[in-house]
Every structure is written in C-alpha cells, then in structure tokens.
Design a protein around this ligand. Sequence first.
Ligand code: 5GP
Length: 209
Amino acid sequence: MAKKGLLIVVSGFSGAGKGTLIRKLTEQHDHYVLSVSMTTRAPRAGEQDGREYFFSDVPRFTEMIDQNGFLEHAVYGGNHYGTPRAFVEEQLNAGKDVLLEIEVQGALQVKGRFPEALLIYVVTPSVEELRRRLEGRGTESKEVIEKRLKRAVDESDALEAYEYIVVNDDVTRCAEEIHGIVQGARCATARNKSFIEETRKALHEAFDH
Ligand code: 5GP
C-alpha cells in the first residue's frame, strides 16, 4: 500500500473547532503532523511565532510566493495565509499524514494540485452554536465576528468540493470520526494506483502462463 503519507485538508467555519480537533488527532496518533502556516495577520494574545503560525510581513510573504515556496496561498479577511511547501513534502515522503488547517480557496488549490488529497469540512451542530462559539472566544471584535459569520455563508457554497463533512458536537468523538475517515481513505483504490498495478503485475507473473 502507499508508503507516502496522506495530505489531509481540514476546513470549516471559523469557530467550528478545527484547531482543537487537529490537536487531539496529533496527540493521540503519532503519524499525524500539523503544517504550520505563514500569515501576514498580527498575532493574537498567546500566539507564538512558529507554533500557531509563522508571522510574516507582506514583502517576505510575497517573496515566498515568487520562490514557489507555498503549496497554496490565499487572502482571508484582508490578510495573506499560505502553506509552506518544503515541510509538507518532507513529512509526506517520511510517511506522515499531514494536516492542513486552511480555508476554502486554499483547499481548492490543493485539490487541483494533489487530486489524492483528502478534504474534510467541519461544521458546528447548529448556526446558533456557531455564533455562540465565536462570541465565546472573546478574542475578536463584533465586527470581525460578523465578517466571519458572513464568510461561513459564502463557504457553505463550496462544501461539495469536500469529500467528507463532519459535525463537531464533541471533540473526542469527532476527532475519532476524522481518524476513521483517514483510515478508510488510505484504502481507497483511487489513492493506491501503483499498489494496484504492482498487485496485478505480480498476479500475472505468478499465475498467468
Ligand atoms: P485565523 O486568522 O482565524 O487564524 O485563520 C483564518 C482562516 O485562515 C481560517 O479559516 C484558517 O483555516 C485559514 N488558514 C490558516 N492558515 C492557512 C493557510 O496556510 N492557507 C489558507 N488558504 N488558509 C489558511
């Protein structure tokens, strides 16, 4: 079976709990690694450079784009966000399953470039719960929260581009559900073309005289 790791995109409404889910997955299964993105947005209280994000200014970000240093990149809320390419490629080659926590435009770029990538979308159990979680965070202004809720409306139009949708009603349950999806996806014939080819060849060699 495929020895390379799986590229897994996790998107979802802001406030759906993607970060917590991903942390849970990386804590519980050591074949998962999180790709740390680069962004031009300012760090929030408690965020550390190199942990939540690599914080960058616009010229450095643009230089990375010019050097083809991103697997994908997009603008969200007026700031740039991008996935540094080198880390992801290294980890996939080492057999790790790499999680990208990115928004829809970036996810669509990944899907275009890596058709075997697994795209999962996380939603809250209800619209009311989405608002409650965003307001409860206490890190954002009312204006930013409204913007993010509007963005959720736009993103919902692109949902069919994702292979799976999961409801984050309970972090432990939902993380295990995502893990199950990943295990299933690993066995998909579409992601094992060379294994199928090898199996076929071996069968022909052994039995087809
Ligand atoms: P936040 O500012 O709340 O940390 O992130 C805003 C949005 O940007 C979230 O939907 C998050 O998933 C997305 N995001 C974070 N990193 C990347 C990235 O590298 N590429 C893209 N396309 N989106 C990202």
